[in-house]
Design a protein around this ligand. Sequence first.
Ligand SMILES: NC(=O)c1ccc[n+]([C@@H]2O[C@H](COP(=O)([O-])OP(=O)(O)OC[C@H]3O[C@@H](n4cnc5c(N)ncnc54)[C@H](O)[C@@H]3O)[C@@H](O)[C@H]2O)c1
Length: 322
Amino acid sequence: MKHVLVTGGAGFIGSHLTESLLNDGYAVRVVDNESTGRQENLAKVWKHPHLEYIPGTVTDPDLVRDVVQGCQMVFHLAASVGVALVDRDPIETVEQNIRPVALLLEELRQIRDRQGIRVRFFLASSSEVYGKNPKDSWDEADELHFGPTTCMRWSYGMSKAIDEFLTLAHGRQYGLPVVIARFFNVAGPRQTGVYGMVLPRFVQAALAGQPLVVHDDGLQERCFAHVSDVVAAVRALMDSPQTIGSIFNVGTDEAVTIRQLAERVIDRADSVSRITFQPYSDAYSADFQDVRRRVPNLSKLRSAIAVRPKYRLNDIIDELVQ
Ligand SMILES: NC(=O)c1ccc[n+]([C@@H]2O[C@H](COP(=O)([O-])OP(=O)(O)OC[C@H]3O[C@@H](n4cnc5c(N)ncnc54)[C@H](O)[C@@H]3O)[C@@H](O)[C@H]2O)c1
């Protein structure tokens, strides 16, 4: 039986990944500090004999040393996530997002040196690393266009970019088998809207008959992927020997404006809600900057793995409404 570690496994994506791995016969060790995740996210598998749950933080070097022992794969998903949370607490973002990657990779290097074992490492990165690159769609070799450091929202994308440097460097310098996925917007059951995620916020408001609050003019474009499609892509990337040392966009390229998204949610939830508009400066800090269009080029992903998304945006909305 293969043993794997999932950091952030009590979170939204991590809990779906953990279920998928357990269903396929892996023994899964989850470590999570429950900052944005919850044990209840793992309710379906909580009593599974091959789930080991360790509450704690991956900023703790002793804990990191312990939890990687005996694992053949590490899926690193733990991070400070969500535009609202990042804007509110950029110090936490930088600390929670960079140090754990350095600690995990250092441990894996030591395991390689001591035991001659090369543990496979997955980094959950983000489309936020592209910053506000003005291209219509982004491919993995594109340049990163961050805004100024006075605008705190860029701390998240920059922290993920540093994570990518660390990960790729450990692949190159120490021969660790690493792979990086840049997730675009992921949605589905168990995602919370508390930290600024738009789709759960819209669905909750529509079901309650409350206004759907759209930021700015609502013409920002995004692409939403279902969490189970994202998990299938992650699993395939980690199972392929061809993906080692590479970065992949993961998501869908079905773009929708946020205003259209609000209209669709109201329509599919058969809701009486209205749409209202709020300036960014009221929702976030005064100097907040956003990304107008965020669409992935998925050619590299499609040529690397055979799995294809099963869900369209309407399916995702319908499931959330249910
Ligand atoms: N959801 C998206 O649309 C999206 C998009 C791009 C990238 N990502 C990345 O995917 C990963 C998972 O995101 P998510 O949407 O499931 O968010 P989430 O907040 O639900 O999951 C993150 C999990 O990590 C845990 N965590 C945070 N800091 C920790 C620490 N120091 N030690 C242990 N556990 C810690 C949290 O408690 C939570 O359970 C993150 O790395 C995120 O940056 C997500």
